[in-house]
Write a protein that binds this ligand. Sequence first.
Ligand code: SF4
Ligand code: SF4
Length: 60
Amino acid sequence: MVKIAVDHNLCTGCETCADTCPVAIFEIKDGKAVSVNAEECLVCRACEVQCPEGAIQVIE
Ligand code: SF4
Ligand code: SF4
């Protein structure tokens, strides 16, 4: 089971993760990214790499 942790103290709601993720894990709610279907995650770690704030951790 993969857990997607988004630090909402760091997240600016830039939507980069939503645009980057190949399986649409992220939605932006109230200006912050949330993971809506983490079980679909491919653990490609593109979101971790692309987030300009370093707000995302993909935890296996
Ligand atoms: S890429 Fe990072 S800062 Fe931008 S919305 Fe996603 S988690 Fe937030
Ligand atoms: S690791 Fe890849 S598949 Fe998983 S949430 Fe991040 S971008 Fe999406």
